[in-house]
Design a protein around this ligand. Structure first.
Ligand code: NI
Length: 150
């Protein structure tokens, strides 16, 4: 495994819409391993492809004992609402309050391409939304002051 450089705002890479992951090979596995290591090293709870310069739809999330690799994730269900502070490894030294759904269900693929579904609440749901936004070039502070949970 190896640490990757984290792209920081205002690098235009962070504003691109990512393409789907189509090849599930060893290279993808190495990328995900590197992303997890990079995220942990930076003391983050999530990291998306564009944050390491990869414009593909993938992200890792790790909150305490829960770790997940989201490949081609799509939010298929959301409910409730939560308001709380959010930050981003690509936007250092900044935190702002963002409204998110309280609970989300995400369809995604694992690193082998198997179709999976995950439901999360609270902080993990917030992390899912934040990381999936990255895949469409959205940064959390774009949502500050917006009342409609996304
Ligand atoms: Ni982020």
């Amino acid at each position: 495994m190896a640490l990757r450089d984290i792209v920081t705002d205002p690098n235009p890479t962070l504003r691109k819409k990512c393409r789907p992951v189509e090849v599930f090979d060893e290279k993808l596995g190495r990328l995900l391993d590197d992303m997890r290591e990079t995220m942990k090293h930076a003391d983050g709870v999530g990291l998306a492809g564009p944050q390491v310069g990869i414009l593909r739809r993938l992200a890792v999330v790790e909150v305490e004992d829960f770790y997940i690799e989201l490949i081609n994730p799509v939010i298929v269900k959301k409910s409730g609402s939560q308001d709380g502070p959010e930050g981003c490894l690509s936007v250092p030294n900044r935190q702002e309050s963002v409204v998110r759904p309280y609970k989300v269900t995400v369809d995604y693929q694992d690193r082998h391409g198997n179709p999976m579904t995950a439901t999360a609440e609270g902080y993990v749901a917030r992390a899912f939304c934040h990381e999936i936004d990255h895949l469409d070039g959205i940064l959390y502070y774009d949502l500050v002051g917006k009342k409609n949970a996304k």
